[in-house]
Write a protein that binds this ligand. Sequence first.
Ligand code: UN1
Length: 512
Amino acid sequence: MPALPTTERLLERATDALRRCGADPDAAGGAGHTARTPITGEPLLELAPHGADGAERAVATAESVFRGTWRDTPAPERGNLVRRLGELLREHKRDLADIVTVEAGKIGSEAAGEVQEMIDVCDFAVGLSRQLYGRTMASERPGHRLMETWHPLGVVGVITAFNFPVAVWSWNTAVALVCGDTVVWKPSEQAPLTALACHGLLMRAAADVGAPPEVHQVLLGGREIGEQLADDPRVALLSATGSVRMGREVAPRVAARLGRYLLELGGNNAAVVAPSADTDLALQGVVFGAAGTAGQRCTTQRRLIVHEDIAEDFTGRVAEAYGKLGDRIGDPFAEDTLVGPLIGESAHRSMGQALQTAADEGGRLLTGGGRRLEPEAPAAYYAEPAVVRMPRQSGIVREETFAPILYVLTYRTFEEALELHNGVPQGLSGSVFTRDQREAELFLSASGCDCGIANVNIGTSGAEIGGAFGGEKATGGGRESGSDAWRAYMRRATNTVNYSTRLPLAQGVSFL
Ligand code: UN1
């Protein structure tokens, strides 16, 4: 492995890319909010947090432009802003991907993939801007028309996490903007630079198409900003991505003011590998799902539920593949790297604690778990992805640890596999690898996988934007991105129009 780049070099790379995206890192400079890189673990630069007054102003501005112009701008014209954003993202794909790598530690191909996800959702949203369809229903009364209309909702607050610092913003923002909403974004404290870059590109798009720049506001800051957005009745929808713990704090606050929220919380995703599985394919799916993105996706595979007849062989192959990954842990900018750093010290600590608890619960570490590159970069946390054979689905297996740990469980009957699969609090994504059609269909059926995303012969992570993204149970129930997820960003009005000369009451009621 080549030496890690220096923090100075990483800063230069990020600030050059930021400037090309139209953001001015100097203007955002200040004190109180430190941008860091997990590649060396060191601080990059100091930024000014927005604070409570800044958040107040941002929401007020977003609300005023919503009322003043944006909600009445024709949806296809709103789509034009998102179309231009998509063009700029194509042009600056490498720049934005570089900033994602500097700030989130993703390898080049995954960082570029994340920007591609943004481009895809922009295309999707532009199409949507001409397809915000309502229905017409048959009225029970003569001379009446019954229909529904979808209207913009208002200010959408968007809270995002470090691990998909740009894609999750775009799922929300591209869709919200075509829906006629304005957006106030609180990015992860760990990814302020990617937020400045996205904002810069969107502001350029707004200038290019003549849209009001106030439709989008960024707020750098900590959890107090999130709380302020949760409590503010002008925030019509709060879309928040993060931990289950964060969701449990945000949801009651928004609910207390009867606001709307859309939650995208943790996953504890499993793949079932059946005896009939194409094991070459399953191996690829499992290794990418579990060790890709250094285990820091909400869709990361955290559990492997493998049939006992093939368990030894298949688990051995997974461990062997992990052994090969061991040579490819390091600088995410290096061509050959497959596993970049963890986001920071607390993630590494959680991983160590989880491995210890797993051992206490009878787990056997099959491979990984060590720390790399400590002498070169003592403030950075490069972890070897770990595989742990567990005797049962004990406490630690039911928790989401945001690090590359794969717990292996075995099963005898498919019913048992389903029970294990669904026997955790979270419900984001699940997979089965099988060539048995009955198993595949059962997995997708009402009594099968209980997640928002259920896959056959493909891993748990790496969903396309065209489908609705989100999960059940402790994952929070929200859906973002494709399909009809846009409906969460609009309000529905049911309209009854009487074009007759009489006033018949519904349900045959007579009065007067
Ligand atoms: C996340 O980890 O928060 O399906 C989002 C995937 C990506 C998105 C993950 N398209 O893995």
